[in-house]
Design a protein around this ligand. Structure first.
Ligand SMILES: NC(=O)c1ccc[n+]([C@@H]2O[C@H](COP(=O)([O-])OP(=O)(O)OC[C@H]3O[C@@H](n4cnc5c(N)ncnc54)[C@H](O)[C@@H]3O)[C@@H](O)[C@H]2O)c1
Ligand SMILES: O=P(O)(O)OC[C@@H](O)[C@@H](O)[C@H](O)[C@H](O)CO
Length: 461
């Protein structure tokens, strides 16, 4: 049977959350938590895609409903998720602006990928990026017109943050009240980064909006966790049909585990997410570090190096003793930089999650943009160890493994470096690659020697 709310007998909660960047992860995570909130019947989500309208065409005809397939090592569990009540294309800027300016709406969540924020290395908006520069110009002109409300329909920023600012300005002008922004991308200090980026952009475009942002917008920081690989939607639709009898054009496959840690205020209210397992903390940094360093750091290393050993998915790479030793050594260093956590259970659970043979998490999907990910997930741990007078052998081995992956072409060569220059991974090449991650690591003779030893050992493995 074709999925619809009428056919499934599912009510439509009122739209009180807007999401930008609808993909697999939002549907496996924030939409799932909202569906499992104690007051789920009061919180519906209007979801906007990021760049393509594929999900509008798949989900629209089924009233936003989709099947979440929880794929455990020993079987699948199927659940119909009703929290997304409307699906729109991300480039329908007027619809997005209207949704965010609705006084009933209390929350704007984002999963626009790390690169979707278009930040430069120092965390500020990348003004060298043509789309960012052009949106700044566009918004400045729009915001300084006498009656900007009359012209909103004609203003079409190209970037995600440009669209968010246009929508927030509409909310300010219509007096719709405060709102919480909740970034759910794998960026360290995602709330801080988003808040500072928006403040920077409003500083360049509208003093009125800058003041309103400071007074009325709460930017929440989050640590988000649920392994949700890209899938072949048509093949999974077939499996869902067999198991449930529903014809679902857009199922999502995810693991049974999920975690959500949040820091910040929701001035216009929020779903009662705690019964679903969400946790609110006063200081998110340690939680975020644990997840980004240990899970995402290990993924980044497996993604780059695992492919040099012929693996294509995480579950195969982690069964390879050489890869597994690398991950364990990295986690040893991470653990020393995460005082206050008893990590034995967390490590054991991570290992089990990585080993789930029925989650096909492709290394090639995770290897993109690995230089930045190494800078954010491995380098801080190494620098922390060195600064306190210790060695960081796990980080050195992880970096050596990344170098081998880059040399073999499984991950992009850092900007400004030629592939031939690193063909031998000799001292000069290693130094160049280390400096591309962080000059302080290249300057530390002891750390560089550990990397050299690890490169030799991994080459011989
Ligand atoms: N998939 C996971 O396991 C997982 C887990 C934790 C966090 N996340 C975070 O969620 C993000 C999305 O993951 P996903 O699995 O949903 O991916 P996805 O490819 O299914 O969806 C990504 C969404 O972001 C949009 N997007 C991509 N680039 C953009 C850009 N430059 N500007 C605006 N929008 C853009 C896409 O159009 C799409 O709507 C990840 O980048 C990651 O930061 C994912
Ligand atoms: O592209 P990345 O490296 O930020 O993320 C790829 C995966 O590691 C990531 O999506 C994890 O599966 C996720 O973070 C688990 O919660």
């Amino acid at each position: 049977m074709r999925l619809s709310r009428a056919a499934a007998g599912v009510p439509t909660p009122p739209e009180r959350i807007v999401h930008l960047g609808l993909g697999a992860f939002h549907r496996a995570h924030q939409a799932w938590y909202t569906a499992h909130a104690a007051d789920a019947d009061e919180w519906g989500i209007a979801a906007f895609t990021g760049r393509s309208r594929d999900l509008v065409d798949r989900l629209g005809p089924q009233d936003g409903l989709y099947t979440l397939v929880e794929r455990a090592a020993d079987g699948d569990r199927f659940e119909l998720i009703p929290s997304i009540v409307r699906v729109e294309a991300g480039d329908d800027v007027p619809a997005f602006v209207t949704a965010v300016a609705d006084p009933q709406v209390a929350i704007l969540t984002l999963t626009i990928t790390e690169s979707g924020y278009r930040l430069s290395a120092d965390g500020t908006p990348d003004l060298e990026d043509e789309a960012v520069a052009s949106d700044v110009e566009l918004l400045r002109n729009a915001f300084t017109r006498d009656a900007p409300g009359d012209t909103t329909d004609a203003v079409r920023p190209a970037t995600a943050l440009g669209r968010v600012l246009l929508a927030l300005d509409a909310r300010r002008r219509t007096g719709a009240g405060p709102i919480a922004l909740v970034p759910c991308d794998n960026l360290p200090d995602n709330g801080g980064l988003l808040g500072r980026a928006l403040a920077d952009l409003t500083g360049r475009t509208s003093p009125d909006l800058a003041a309103w942002l400071a007074a009325s917008v709460s930017v929440v920081s989050t640590s988000i966790d649920r392994i949700t690989p890209a899938i072949d939607a048509d093949a999974e639709s077939h499996a869902v049909l067999e198991a449930t009898g529903w014809l679902d054009a857009a199922p999502v496959v995810t693991e049974p585990f999920s975690d959500w840690v949040l820091e910040g205020d929701f001035p216009a209210g929020r779903p009662d997410w705690e019964p679903a397992g969400a946790r609110f903390v006063d200081e998110i940094a340690p939680w975020e570090n644990r997840k980004l360093w240990m899970l995402n750091g290990a993924h980044t290393v497996l993604a780059t190096f695992g492919q040099t050993r012929g693996h294509t998915v995480v579950s195969a790479a982690i069964e390879d003793p050489v890869c597994r030793d690398l991950v364990e050594a990295l986690w040893d260093d991470d653990a020393r930089q995460l005082p206050g956590f008893d990590l034995a259970d967390y490590r054991a659970a991570l290992l089990e999650r990585f080993r789930n043979p029925r989650i096909e998490h492709r290394l090639a999907q995770i290897a993109q943009d690995s230089t930045t990910k190494m800078r954010l997930r491995i380098v801080p741990v190494a620098l922390g160890r060195l600064a306190s007078g210790h060695e960081a052998p796990g980080c050195a081995a992880a970096i050596a493994a990344w170098m081998l992956g880059v040399r073999a072409g499984w991950a992009p060569v850092p900007d400004g470096i030629d592939q031939p220059a690193i063909a031998d991974l000799d001292a000069s090449a290693r130094n160049t690659l280390l400096a591309a991650l962080d000059a302080r690591l290249a300057d530390d003779a002891g750390f560089a020697a550990h990397v050299a030893d690890a490169v030799a050992a991994l080459e011989a493995s």
